[in-house]
Design a protein around this ligand. Structure first.
Ligand SMILES: [Cu+2]
Length: 316
């Protein structure tokens, strides 16, 4: 009798615990979509969505295994603990049971194989060198990461001086990589000095930027099928590369294709106000499209330009 009461008490406590656990996200005001992202940023490319799906399903699969394992552990701890009236008889022993051990070897092997298969699939999609639609990407962008800034070049688009249109970050301007939405983009990376890493949280993707990628046998190219919305997305260097590593921010500015075409066209022309070719900020301002045509980076604040002072602090 006492034993049954004890059991129902545990069952009640377990039920209450489960309800409490499930209520946490709801009470915190999280939507289902937010909960199943398990903390990841909202992606803006189909590649990011593939990564997020892999992450969500891996987390759910892990939780299922976790719940079964925790259940078995707590069940054993609660219902097989030593009791006052224990007469010393052991529960039924199951070691050296060949069928059980075979099952316990086969199940994890299947789990690992399934995770491996899905991971490989997503990885091949995310690191592809060609657009999924086939053929070369609609736009080529070269990324140069250097100590301690970025340059973005459009090798297919020649500026007024015959050299590719480009955007170069300086100590007081954050470089903006202007790209079109709804078009495939091929990125090629290189570094003239040390290893950096190109990281855009909204792409859910980062790739190290190597010096001499061929000599280092590094794949320095990747293609995204499209950016799904206009916007300003912060980018960062994600590989510790020296004193001003933390200040190596940039911005991805995604514009509608028509606006992007107009932007590139402007970058090939001379600004009548300055007599010089339009720079990134001037071309963006001339598009006059509101928030996404802001001439300066809006996703990240300009870093302190007092690098001398900062260096003194670091050295001191
Ligand atoms: Cu860096």
């Amino acid at each position: 009798m006492a034993r049954t009461e004890g059991r129902s008490r545990y069952a009640r406590a377990a039920k209450l615990g489960l309800v409490g656990l499930l209520a946490v996200p709801a009470l915190a005001g999280c939507s289902v979509e937010e909960v199943i992202r398990f903390g990841w940023p909202v992606g803006v490319t189909p590649e990011a969505e593939a990564m997020r799906n892999l992450w969500t399903w891996s987390a759910i699969a892990s939780l299922v295994v976790g719940v079964i394992t925790w259940g078995a552990m707590f069940w054993a701890m609660i219902f097989h603990r030593k009791r006052k009236d224990d007469d010393g008889t052991l529960p039924r022993q199951t070691q050296y049971n060949l069928p059980v051990e075979l099952v316990f070897t086969a199940i994890p092997t299947v789990i690992v194989a399934v995770l491996f298969g899905f991971t490989l699939n997503v990885q091949n999609y995310v690191t592809k060198d060609e657009a999924s639609a086939g053929g070369p990407a609609d736009l080529q962008v070269e990324i140069v990461g250097f100590q301690w800034n970025w340059e973005f070049l459009y090798p297919g688009e020649a500026g007024p001086d015959g050299r590719p249109v480009s955007t170069l970050g300086t100590s007081d301007t954050i470089p903006i990589m202007v790209v079109p939405t709804d078009r495939s983009i091929e990125f090629t990376q290189m570094s003239p000095d040390v290893i950096h890493s190109f990281y855009v949280p909204e792409f859910l993707f980062k790739r190290d930027v190597f010096p001499f990628p061929e000599r280092n046998e590094q794949d320095n190219q990747f293609v995204i099928d499209r950016i799904e919305q206009q916007g300003a997305f912060v980018g960062r260097c994600a590989e510790l590369c020296g004193t001003y590593h933390s200040q190596m921010n940039f911005e991805v500015r995604a514009l509608e294709p028509a606006l992007f075409d107009r932007y590139i066209q402007l970058r090939k022309e001379t600004n009548p106000e300055t007599g010089q070719p339009y720079n990134t900020g001037e071309a963006l301002a001339a598009l006059n499209c509101g928030e996404w045509c802001a001439p300066e980076a809006i996703s990240t604040k300009p870093f302190s330009t007092e690098r001398g002072q900062l260096a003194a602090q670091v050295d001191g």
